[in-house]
Ligand binder design. Structure first.
Ligand code: CA
Ligand code: CA
Length: 225
């Protein structure tokens, strides 16, 4: 019984480590909006156009766009192949390095693929998006957890709804150390927008920003007195 308990504690500890392996950061340089979410059950076959960039230790990078068929798809360049099959909520993405140089990181841009990245929280979040999943790096194929930071940028809202904060248009991953192996997996849920080419930037509310700056200036001047 002692052994069973010990085993269970170790499992719990490992689970804790696994969830901490990927640090999550979110920024919103440019808010985007769309009419609606067509499906939250997006799979690899339905992200055609999605732009993938992979950066290598020799300071080169390569961009390739997604091509989907059936329920699977991939972005294939000369130096890498990123593939995914089945629903992104439950099935991993696999990044294979075809170059001779270790991988420093990669980024996914959903804009040309009418695809948004649905984060774990808030859940279920934006109408039609259902549960999402934060980017989580898998292991390196040799049993070690891959460490890294995933930065979400360009939050997405529905035109008819206030910003909820679970949907993003882009995600960038910086690995903690250059990846020297052949391939690794990661999890990241995606959803598909209702219409094609429907993700548009929301203009900055410049007047509101101006008022905000004036208020800040007034506060600063009051404090100086
Ligand atoms: Ca989804
Ligand atoms: Ca969601």
């Amino acid at each position: 019984m002692k052994y069973l308990l010990l085993g269970s504690s170790i499992t719990t500890i490992l689970a804790g480590v696994a969830s901490a392996a990927t640090t999550i950061v979110a920024i919103t340089p440019q808010l985007h909006e769309t009419t609606g979410i067509a499906t939250f059950s997006t799979d690899g076959g339905h992200m055609t156009g999605l732009e993938v960039t992979v950066r290598f230790a020799d300071l080169t990078s390569e961009v390739a766009n997604w091509s989907g068929s059936g329920t699977s798809g991939s972005a294939t360049g000369v130096k890498f192949k990123l593939e995914q099959a089945g629903q992104t909520f439950s099935q991993p993405w696999t990044l294979t390095n075809l170059s001779g140089s270790p991988i420093l990181g990669f980024s996914l841009d959903g804009h040309p693929g009418d695809t948004v990245f649905d984060r774990t929280n808030p859940s279920h979040g934006t109408t039609g998006s259902d549960q999402g999943k934060d980017l989580q790096l898998g292991n390196d194929g040799m049993g070690s957890e891959i460490l890294g930071t995933a930065t979400y940028s360009d939050a997405v809202k529905l035109k008819t709804e206030a910003l909820v904060g679970d949907l993003y248009l882009r995600v960038n991953v910086d690995l903690a150390t250059p990846y020297e192996g052949t391939s690794f997996t990661f999890m990241q849920d995606t959803d598909t927008t209702q219409f094609i080419n429907d993700l548009t930037a929301v203009p900055e509310p410049s007047t509101g920003l101006g008022v905000g700056l004036l208020l800040s200036a007034a506060f600063f001047l009051r404090r100086r007195k």
